[in-house]
Design a protein around this ligand. Sequence first.
Ligand code: ADP
Ligand code: MG
Length: 729
Amino acid sequence: MDNIRFKALLMAMGRQEKEVIFPENKASEYFGELTFNKSAMREYLTQEAYHQVMSSIEMGVKIDRKIADQVAAGLKSWAINKGATHYTHWFLPLTGATAEKHDAFISPVEGGKAMENFSGNELTQQEPDASSFPSGGIRSTFEARGYTAWDPTSPAFIINRTLCIPTVFVSYTGEALDFKTPLLKALYTVDKAAVDVCQYFDKDVVKVFATLGWEQEYFLVDSALYMARPDLILTGRTLFGHASAKDQQLEDHYFGTIPQRVMAFMQEFELEAHRLGIPVKTRHKEVAPNQFECAPVYEEANLSVDHNQLLMHILDNIARKHEFTVLLHEKPYQGINGSGKHNNWSLMTNTGENLLTPGSTPKSNLRFLTFLVNIVKAVHDHADLLRATIASPGNDHRLGGNEAPPAIMSVFIGTQLTNMFNLIEKSSKRLKLNAETDSELLKNLPKIPEILVDNTDRNRTSPFAFTGNKFEFRAVGSGQSCAPAMITINLIVADQLMNFKKDVDKLISGKVHKEEAILKVLRQYIKDSKNILFEGNNYSSEWIMEAAKRGLSHHLVTPVALQAFISDKTINLFERNNVLSSRELIARHEIRIENYTKKIQIESRVLGDLATNHIIPIAIKYQNTLIENVKGLKQVLDLKTYGKLSQNQMETITEISEHVSKIKTFVNEMIEERKLANKIHEPLDKSMAYCDKVKPYFDKIRYHVDKLELLVDDEVWPLPKYREMLFVK
Ligand code: ADP
Ligand code: MG
């Protein structure tokens, strides 16, 4: 039996769950043991170094050279005590993955001996050759160096006996080549802007930090089956595959019991995550078969972004041990729910308050409303940028697939808050404010919390939903980094808060009472931005029509959506806040456009090759068996019986021929379109050609291949089928 699919199936079906070796001590004792966290620092750093690192983390104070040497020495002894032999700067280049370049601690000394070395310089800076990372033409070839610089706000950690130091990655000319640099800038900007606004309400607020709690969805597939699917290996998704007779229609997967083999995998990756200080908390089955989710307790956004990146890496590593492969693609299977990564986000103060929690006093409620309305306005004004932020070829399959938020950006705030917005909007004439407490409106505000706490008012179809004390941005793709979403959300909100402060201060300087000024500005914002609010079913076709009426944009494909990334509005926004320059934005846009083109190009090649080399030969072979059978029948039967009995086979023989010939024609046409597209130089035009001319052949070819899957003998079909990949566990 040389059918690779059957070999893979046999392996998959014979799997035993792997044993997980649990530590002797309890989780609270090993949590974070592989990170250079506060308690490790207290143990390994001098008082002076510890305090400088702390003020750098909390207040962004720069660490001087002398202290850096002390920190490096402490970090080195800690890491070596934990068994580390190498160190690396760990950064987030624009590929969306992580990058590392390892160096050993060891350096030779006299007498053929060696000793472990690690200086302040090596801690704070490394110079990886930047020329092989995407830069969108920022680095000219003669200056291909880049450097990485330590980010003390994200603790160093040990993985595979290697000390990893989270860093930013910039070119020698100072341009950001990573996600962390603009993220840190956006977080700094939102901190400043939010503190300024908080000062209207509470003088004790001097620091605001963004929080992020992500929910990571993923599929598991047995690694033998995965290895037998070249499309999964090369593109992350299945390009062919007839729907399984049973998939998710019985709705029996969501929150179901987790199979033992999967459980062992989960326990081991959670163990690893906890040792690395990633506070993963929730695990459950998702809607689709073999789809799962995990979520941590939220953390400060920069740290949480790093933790998600690290978790994706751990998932992959640990899955291998358990003979699974983790699929982080947004849509690995056609007709089955895709995977997303919800980004739960809010703003917290140094006084321990969440600015998105409705308060219990009129004053704190006015603050809550201030932030809420400004966030809605920010999303309204920059909806296109938000859409562009999460655009990718994988996510194009998911958004609008009646299972995930559509490509139309809108905000859900729930009935109570909608009523509140209406009340504020309409109250203009009646509202006379002298003192903050005697306002009719302010007296109404305290009613919010009780109703919200109950939290029955949830909408799971909105791309940007208020969920009681945080917003949930649901359009992020499962394989994407959270960084771009966090950069955009924090930046647009920061910028909006600054506008708000200007508007309010102007009124105040015109002798308007502070609270009245705030309400007046909020009222105007509600009027300006209310068409982004939608409470209904975002998956419905009515919403698409309604959104069009409202003039909201609906960009279905990545190349079009990405245009907002380099609009004048976006460039101004990023430049005036010093987060990215127009040169950096244009470079990033170019990288993403090219990435789109390359991904579609790869899919198209894999699809063509598979159809031609795997599918057609097998179909023809099977067809020959049928032909032989018909010939045989003719020899043994009389003409009349033969005519009757051979009809079925004859039909199948013809059908196979028809499908094969269609596949051949379409593959050839697709190749011709690809040749034409490849001749185009302008990156955007090229990506549009791939999108409009090449990609449409995918479905056309797939249709016939999937028909063949039903016709051809199961014994010879070469690719693992949907029912096998989705249900073997
Ligand atoms: P679900 O959306 O599936 O109901 P939860 O409400 O339990 O899930 O929360 C999902 C994520 O939201 C978790 O990672 C949780 O830590 C995070 N979260 C909760 N509060 C906040 C907050 N204030 N800021 C950011 N994330 C938060
Ligand atoms: Mg959620």
